[in-house]
Every structure is written in structure tokens, then in C-alpha cells.
Design a protein. Structure first.
Length: 76
């Protein structure tokens, strides 16, 4: 779990440019399955929203004080 934000993003191809292709990360089927399984977890989906930088026009949830903050963010 601790390595997923770094290596999961590398496997997805969203980190370090061409690193995933260079490392042939998608060729490791169990690593890809692991990365996708963690990314699909509801808590991970919520966590990726918090403090997300506004890259690509996607503003994140600035602060989180209660579970209902996510509901308000998703409706906005």
C-alpha cells in the first residue's frame, strides 16, 4: 500500500514520462493487477481527490473534515 502512489502511477503511465515503457511495467501482469485493484478501492478513489493539484483543470477537495465533504465535492 505504501508504494502504490509511486509505483501504481508509474504502472499507469502517469509518472516519469516514458518510465513505464522503459521498465516494461505493463509486462508484469501481477503488478498491473495489484495496481488496478488498489486504484479501484473506494478509499483510494476518495483519497486521490484530497489536495489534488489543479492540473488539467481538475481541482481537488481542499480540506476534508467529514465523510460528507466528499459528497458535496462530487455534486459540485
Amino acid at each position: 500500500m505504501a508504494i502504490w502512489p509511486w509505483y501504481g502511477a508509474l504502472v499507469e503511465g502517469t509518472l516519469y514520462g516514458d518510465a513505464a515503457r522503459f521498465l516494461e511495467a505493463r509486462g508484469y501482469s501481477h503488478v498491473v493487477r495489484w495496481s488496478e485493484a488498489i486504484a479501484a478501492r473506494p478509499a483510494v478513489c476518495r483519497g486521490r481527490i484530497v489536495n489534488r493539484s489543479p492540473d488539467g483543470g481538475k481541482a481537488g477537495l481542499r480540506e476534508r473534515h467529514a465523510a460528507s465533504d466528499f459528497d458535496a465535492f462530487e455534486r459540485a
